[in-house]
Structure formats: C-alpha cells, structure tokens
Write a protein that binds this ligand. Structure first.
Ligand code: FE
Ligand code: FE
Ligand code: ZN
Length: 276
C-alpha cells in the first residue's frame, strides 16, 4: 500500500500526530523537531512516546520523518551559527532515539560566499562530529532548489557530502519534487532519466523519502515555493507518474504543500485515487 502522509504540527506530541494522521488516511507523517526557527525543543514526554509506540505497533504505519529547523546552517561563515546547527542536530538525534528506526531530514545549508568546496567541507565536519555509531536514525540530506548559495541542489554535491562522512551508512537522501524541478531536473518530461542519473551518481539505495510537492515556479527557476498537488508546474500527471514509478512507489511520500489538515486530507485522497 502507498505510504503517503503530510507535515503535521508536533505541538501536541506524537500520540496526537499519529491520531491526526490516521484521521486523514495517512500512514506516514513528518514534523518539525522544534520551532522551525530553531528554538528550544519541548521536554521528552515518555508517556506520550510510549502511547505512540503502542499505537504504531498494531498498525501498518511509518516511517516517520523528523525535519530539522530549516534555518539551521551547518556551513555558515559565522562560527556561532555553525555551533548552533551542530548543537540542535546533535540534540535532535539524541531525542530521535526515543522513537528508534525512523528518519531525520535536514537542509545541507548555504555556503554564503565561501564557495561550494568550503560549504561541503563544513557540512561533513558537522556530520562527522555528531553522528554516533549507536544512533538508530537515518539522517537524510534534502535535495535543494539552489536558491542563493544553497548546497545540495545537484546530485553531485550530495554525493560529495556522503563521501565525506565517515559513518555514511547512516546517511540517505530525501528527494523534494518541488526542489529538484526548480533545480533543473526534469521530473515532468523525463522522470526515468532523472532517476537514472540519481542512481549513477548517488545510488538509488540511498533514496529513503520523497517530499511530494507541486511547485509555483517554472523549470530551473532555483526558487523553492511549494504549490498544492496538481495546481503547479508539475501537474497531477507528473505527480501520478512519481508515486506509481516502479523505483519510487515503495518509498514514503510526505506532502509539504500549502494546506491545513483538511486540505491535506483531500490531497491524500486525490493521490490515493491515482495510485495503481
Ligand atoms: Fe525541507
Ligand atoms: Fe522539502
Ligand atoms: Zn521547499
């Protein structure tokens, strides 16, 4: 069965998220580990986590995807910003071990004029510092649109990050359909060509999750503005090809479209209706 869900608010805890997901026919979900601007995380609520794990055990659900605050920048030119990213990510990974076997997604960062080589070096440094053998969470690099000096808008850059990480058996990739189209990968007219390229450069065994979004922008615009499914430059046919593709259909799909929960319910129903 297709694994489809959406981004949910974590403010009421894990049990609330899984109940909300089930109420809109989702069997996966994504959430921010803390305020997207990077504030302090809530205290771990063991009763909530135990209830969540108990609920999850008896149904076909998951994996869940934690998303790091999008303002973190592990390759900033400012040392304090890098230290902050380092501390937040290390703390997030420690907390994720309370719900073992899931995934943690982050934006590689922006090199802000230091150049791509320096950016990649700093990202690898952070990952090499924080990843521990005992961690039970897959850490995903998100494919970026290439806005400003964002690192990770090409498969080659993502591969260089992976190669620079010692414990890289813990590293995977989350492909964002809005971002890759904005970055210049034509998943509308040549999805299989794009997947061949991903496989050649990174290896499809690294692909662990899909952020399923339409885009407000035109091809190769390097902009990153998400649109509702079927209402943007990708269109419903392209989305349908993605979720039904032989090489993708068993991955979990997470919607990050501009919707409230009832809008997500409709989108999940729409996507399930075009799933083979
Ligand atoms: Fe993201
Ligand atoms: Fe995304
Ligand atoms: Zn985005």
């Amino acid at each position: 069965m297709l694994k489809i869900g959406c981004h949910l608010s974590a403010s009421k805890g894990f049990t609330h998220m899984i109940e909300e997901a089930l109420s809109i026919d989702a069997n996966v979900f994504q959430f921010f580990t803390r305020n997207p601007r990077g504030g302090k995380a809530k205290d771990i609520d063991m009763a909530d986590i135990e209830k969540f794990l108990e609920l999850k055990k008896n149904i076909n659900f998951g994996p869940i995807l934690a998303h790091a605050p999008y303002t973190l920048n592990a390759c900033s030119a400012d040392e304090r910003t890098r230290i902050f990213a380092h501390e937040v990510m290390a703390d997030d990974l420690r907390r994720m071990d309370f719900v073992p076997g899931n995934m943690y997604n982050f934006h590689p960062g922006s090199h802000v004029g230091q150049g791509i080589d320096k950016g990649i070096e700093l990202i690898c440094q952070t990952l090499n510092d924080i990843l521990k053998v005992e961690h039970q969470t897959k850490v995903l690099l998100e494919t970026m649109a290439g806005k400003g000096s964002e690192v990770g808008s090409t498969f080659e850059e993502l591969k260089r990050i992976i190669d620079g990480v010692e414990l890289n058996e813990k590293i995977g990739v989350c492909l964002d359909t809005c971002h890759v189209f904005d970055a210049g990968y034509d998943i509308v007219n040549d999805l299989d060509g794009v997947l061949d390229e991903f496989d050649k450069i990174i290896g499809l065994d690294r692909l662990c999750a899909i952020h399923l979004n339409d885009t407000k922008n035109s091809f190769e615009s390097h902009k990153d503005r998400h649109e509702k499914i079927g209402e943007g430059s990708l269109g419903l046919d392209a989305i349908s090809n993605i979720i039904n593709n032989e090489r993708l259909k068993n991955l979990p799909f997470y919607l990050e479209t501009p919707n409230d929960v009832s809008g997500y319910r409709e989108e999940i129903a729409l996507i399930r209706s075009v799933s083979n």
